[in-house]
Design a protein around this ligand. Structure first.
Ligand code: PAF
Length: 281
């Protein structure tokens, strides 16, 4: 496994491989790696000749009141994890490498894709994600980009940017990995206290209940949402930020459940830790 901290040396190494016609799979991360990252990496390894993983906690995607400082950082453990996964290349740039003095470009994403879900609660978040991902794509030039379905709006935003800017990297969306009790794997789970962790699975349990209700023929979005909300309210330490029923690709709110096309998405805080999850119906 080769570790690069600098853009130029990574580019030079990759240039040689590309000359040989190798396919490059890219898994961008903010570290604190877990099995869900592992599954993105394994998919990339199956599909591509070379797998590149980046670790960079991107300050541009955190709001002033958000958890940039508390975001788990564990570089040594992450590198061990990646070594075990037999990753070819790890890119671990510093802040100054990514955003040198005078850096003044921000990609601005607009339109219906950022009208709902996380966007209104995290102003500028997706602009920060768009900026760093586009920058990383310019550095790595992967043939394939591997992203997790848990971050459904991030996936939609990145797909839209690639489409709008005629970028021909193929996006591969991988299913959400879950703990045995259903909690979606996330680096932020590390911030849950033992007591909060016990009921964090309520999020998935409730979404699953909503899915079952919709699958049994219920078309009324409000009925499904109320069922989920009532279940979650049984646990007063969970605060719902949003709970929405949207089209799984366009992310536009749906008036009626449409089988195969419907996504129920939630964001909630549990003792100040913000978690997101979604389920396709
Ligand atoms: O999903 C993440 O971990 C981040 O948003 C990403 C895509 C690595 C950009 O910083």
């Amino acid at each position: 496994m080769k570790v690069f901290n600098h853009i130029n040396s990574l580019r030079a190494w990759l240039k040689n491989k590309k000359r040989l016609g190798k396919t490059i799979g890219f898994v961008p991360t903010m570290g604190a790696l877990h099995c869900a990252h592992g599954s993105l990496i394994q998919r990339s390894q199956k599909r591509c000749d070379i797998t590149v993983v980046s670790i960079f906690v991107n300050p541009l995607q955190f709001g002033p009141q958000e958890d940039f400082n508390e975001y788990p950082r564990m570089m040594n453990a992450d590198l061990q994890f990646l070594k075990k996964e037999k990753v070819d290349i790890v890119f671990t740039p510093s802040y100054a490498e990514m955003y040198p003095n005078g850096f003044s470009t921000l990609i601005h994403i607009s339109g219906p894709i950022v009208h709902g879900l996380c966007a209104p609660f995290r102003p500028n978040h997706f602009n920060g994600v768009a900026t760093v991902v586009l920058k990383l794509l310019h550095i790595v030039h992967p043939t394939h980009l591997f992203l997790g379905q848990k971050d459904a709006q991030q996936v939609a935003v990145i797909k839209k940017i690639l489409q709008d800017l005629n970028w021909n990297t193929q996006v591969v969306v991988c299913p959400t990995l879950r703990e045995a009790d259903g909690l979606a794997l996330s680096s932020r789970n590390k911030r849950l206290s033992a007591s909060s962790r016990k009921f964090a699975s309520k999020l998935f349990e409730s979404l699953y209940c909503g899915k079952k209700c919709a699958q049994s023929g219920e078309k009324n979005v409000l009925t499904v949402l109320n069922l989920i909300r009532d279940k979650i309210r049984q646990e007063p330490r969970i605060h719902i930020q949003y709970l929405e029923v949207v089209h799984k690709d366009t992310l536009q709110p749906l008036q009626k459940i449409q089988p195969q096309k419907t996504m129920i998405a939630i964001a909630a805080t549990i003792d100040n830790v913000r978690l997101i999850d979604n389920i396709i119906v």
